[in-house]
Design a protein around this ligand. Structure first.
Ligand code: MG
Ligand code: MG
Ligand code: MG
Length: 309
């Protein structure tokens, strides 16, 4: 039986390229394996599609039901993140870098999880240990995945092992400039071209209850603020519509991932309260907040404090 190697649902670049890499390794070791993903190629996120294209990889084929199949999991081990029928599949291998999930097996399997920034980093070690050369294009995919998962080494999840893997993989992949690769991926991921303003506001958006006040916070991660210069007015119009629908405040974080800060756009019944939360002054409804990158760890806690939650 062919082993289907598959990453988590809503696949990211690591899930896609790790499936390709592990299938390659298993095949080199005499097993019958193929890369799969929980998506059709047309629905792949723009970053992953760009990586597949740049390195001349073939997008994994879609797997919709794993029941009765032999599967190898990469980048996850939670049943909820797997394809339908996973509970009725035979899991034969897991390679991951997350907390251990709830997948169980009837037999002992190869289960390799390490607290590193990316599955690609673990797979790079596995290729070395097996004495199997990584094909150039596969190495490119793994390299891109590590840069993506570690946000070009800036994420707190990044480890020394990830940096070592990048140094090794860039040689194999023939990539001289990983900064350029990261920026190209970021631009693909953060592309706003032709996307309606309201869709952009809701691309990564959450509502919060702050002492009985409904507060919405959206975030767009950008390679440069220039990407949204022309659509700023449209974004504010969309924010005003959303605010008019019973919200005390609507914030949009325009995060410049390179400069490591956020242009915070604010529409609020109490602008002074929001200014106080971030120690800034709004001009034309926005202010630059140096170092603001995370809604979860920075924006929301400061708002909660300001609202007296
Ligand atoms: Mg992932
Ligand atoms: Mg990952
Ligand atoms: Mg990720």
């Amino acid at each position: 039986m062919t082993i289907c190697v598959v990453g988590h649902s809503n696949p990211d670049t690591d899930s896609v390229t790790a499936a390709i890499a592990l299938a390659t390794l298993l095949n080199a070791q005499g097993q019958d394996a193929k890369a799969c993903m929980q998506s059709v190629a047309a629905n792949l996120n723009p970053e992953s599609a760009m990586v597949i294209e740049r390195f001349g990889l073939t997008a994994p084929e879609e797997i919709t039901d794993a029941a009765g199949k032999q599967v190898a999991l990469v980048d996850f081990s939670d049943i909820a993140q797997g394809p339908a029928g996973l509970a009725d599949a035979e899991v034969v291998t897991i390679v991951d870098h997350h907390k251990i999930g709830d997948v169980t097996t009837n037999n002992p399997i190869l289960f390799r999880a390490e607290p590193v920034g990316c599955t690609g980093t673990v797979l790079n070690k596995m290729f070395k240990e097996a004495g199997v050369a990584i094909p150039k294009n596969v190495a490119g995919g793994m390299l891109a995945a590590i840069l993506s998962d570690t946000v070009n080494f800036k994420s707190p999840t990044c480890t020394e092992d990830d940096k070592v893997a990048v140094a090794e993989l860039k040689e194999v992949a023939g990539v001289s400039d990983t900064e350029e690769l990261f920026m190209a991926m970021l631009k693909a991921k953060s592309s706003v071209d032709g996307v309606p303003a309201k869709d952009l506001l809701f691309r990564d958006y959450k509502d919060f209850d702050m002492k009985g006040n409904k507060v919405g916070v959206g975030q767009l991660e950008l390679a440069t603020l220039d990407q949204v210069a022309d659509i700023r007015e449209d974004l504010m119009k969309a924010m005003a519509e959303v605010k008019a629908d019973g919200r005390h405040s609507v914030l949009l974080m325009l995060t410049d991932v390179v400069k490591e800060g956020t242009d915070l756009v604010v529409l609020s019944d109490d602008p002074a309260l929001v200014e106080g939360a971030f120690g800034g002054k709004l001009e034309n409804s926005s202010m630059w907040v140096e170092g603001m990158m995370s809604r979860k760890k920075q924006t929301v806690p400061n708002l909660q404090t300001a609202f007296g939650c």
